[in-house]
Ligand binder design. Structure first.
Ligand SMILES: [Zn+2]
Length: 462
């Protein structure tokens, strides 16, 4: 499907929101990019039609590509004229620190240079030989930021999907660094994975802060800036990206067949201004957990853990925008199919993400999945907008994730009022009780609905 066909189909098949969005965050997505009609009036109409559906386009930044930069600036200019948020996807300005040059390679004891080829096509090199790459990357940012400033455009939202580049501790990185004299000199305790992880992530944070965040903020101090998969958390990552493998000897926390990883706290030192966790139905997830009576919970359990981790640790003042994806994500070629998470469970998950602190949603998908993915998200956004006051302002107050299929409760507190979602994975008809804000709160079963509960009617806990 072409970008044009995707956008046209979205406008045809997704109904406008029933509830006004006001300034709640729109849905953004990897396919809400890359096309507008050539005619300005038609282009404005497309942007308005998407906005009426709670959807926002991002311009794709492409430093050095004049034609694509002109398209990006045109889309942003039209958005600004219409009073819509100006959003840009700037990944291409951030790639690549590891550009394949020998000056970025590891150095063996005999002086020979080598790269780590366990990350696919990018030649990953020495984390300690990247300083000289910073100026090029900063210049890539400045080149488009200058153009935006000259055009009088204010950027409101900038995201990166910067993944396979710069220091990363997974796959063969540890083993390669152990063979590098520069790495060994900088990390005397390199046999300790924690020391290795900390050293690499410190550099990774510096690259993001110095080359992206601080540069963008010189132009647009108020912009929301974030990167895929960088978010506050409890020190544990419950998911693996499609390219990540746990190296032999690295520590992990076992939960059934899942191996969760200790994770570095990147969000603060990288300097981003919105949190950007990833809640995807990764193919392997389903096989990690036992054959519960309810198949959906094998997805839901993990995804809620990931979303909760971000929601619980992201300060109320930091916008939390969660990447989501419903269709089973990145199944290996020739893999045995696994049961798809049901639409019901996925939409319940989205409700719980909102009620555990997400302020907005983003979505990556394959082109042909776009309309279905957006339809599932947009229904929940519209439902959530009925309770608009709770988005951003409501404080998440329930974070429990049941260890097996049961009753899941999430809630946002605003003053004395709670917005509550209860989802049951069994046929339990009974009310459940949760302790919230010093009160004993009774929550009746209410399938497919939110409940507003007045805290002052709930008995205090002695
Ligand atoms: Zn090295």
């Amino acid at each position: 499907m072409s970008p044009e066909n995707i956008i046209i189909e979205l406008i045809e098949k997704i109904p406008p929101l029933q509830h006004p969005r006001q300034d709640a965050l729109p849905i953004r997505g990897s396919r809400l990019e890359g096309w507008l009609p050539d005619d300005d009036d038609e282009a404005r109409q497309v942007l308005r039609d998407l906005d009426a559906r709670g959807l926002a386009m991002c311009s794709r930044i492409a430093p050095g590509d004049e034609e694509q930069m002109a398209e990006a600036i045109r889309m942003s200019r039209l958005q600004q004229e219409l009073g819509l948020e100006v959003g840009v996807h700037a990944s291409r300005a951030m790639y690549g620190f590891f550009n394949g040059d020998e000056s970025t390679a590891h150095v063996a004891a005999d002086g020979s240079l080598f790269f780590d080829d366990t990350f696919g096509s990018r030649k990953m090199g020495c984390p300690f030989r990247l300083d000289h790459r910073k100026d090029d990357i900063k210049q890539q940012f400045r080149s488009f930021l200058d153009a935006y400033q000259e055009a009088g455009i204010e950027i409101d939202f900038l995201y990166l999907d910067w993944e396979i580049d710069g220091p990363i501790e997974w796959n063969g990185a540890w083993e390669h660094s152990k063979r590098c004299t520069v790495c060994r000199e900088h990390i005397p305790d390199i046999d300790n994975f924690d020391a290795f992880q900390t050293a690499l992530r410190e550099i990774r944070c510096d690259l993001q802060r110095e080359c992206c965040v601080e540069v963008v903020q010189q132009y647009y101090p108020e912009a929301l800036i974030g990167n895929y998969s960088v978010y506050p958390h409890n020190g544990i990552r419950y998911w693996y990206d499609y390219y990540e493998k746990l190296p032999p000897g690295a520590p992990f926390i076992q939960d059934q067949r899942a191996k969760y990883r200790p994770w570095y706290h990147e969000f603060g030192p990288a300097g981003y201004t919105f949190a950007n966790p990833v809640v995807y139905t990764w193919y392997a997830t389903w096989s990690w957990y036992p054959e519960w009576d309810n198949d959906d919970y094998r997805w839901f359990y993990n995804l809620l853990k990931v979303g909760t981790n971000a929601g619980q640790h992201t300060p109320q003042t930091v916008p939390l925008i969660t990447w989501v994806h419903w269709h089973t994500t990145a199944p290996p070629a020739d893999a045995e199919p696994v049961p798809q998470m049901s639409e019901w469970a996925y939409q319940e998950l989205l409700w719980h993400l909102y009620l555990r602190g997400s302020d907005g949603l983003m979505m990556w998908c394959r082109p042909e999945e776009t309309t279905k993915e957006i339809a599932l998200m947009q229904e929940v956004l519209d439902g959530m907008l009925e309770y608009r006051g709770f988005i951003g302002d409501g404080k998440p107050v329930v974070f429990h994730v049941p260890n097996d299929p049961g009753t899941v409760v999430s809630a946002l507190q605003r003053g004395d009022r709670l917005l509550v979602r209860r989802t049951d994975f069994t046929d339990n008809p009974a009310p459940v009780e949760r302790r919230i804000a010093g009160r004993r709160v009774t929550i009746p079963r209410a399938d497919g609905q939110c409940q507003i509960i007045d805290l002052t009617t709930c008995p205090p806990i002695d």
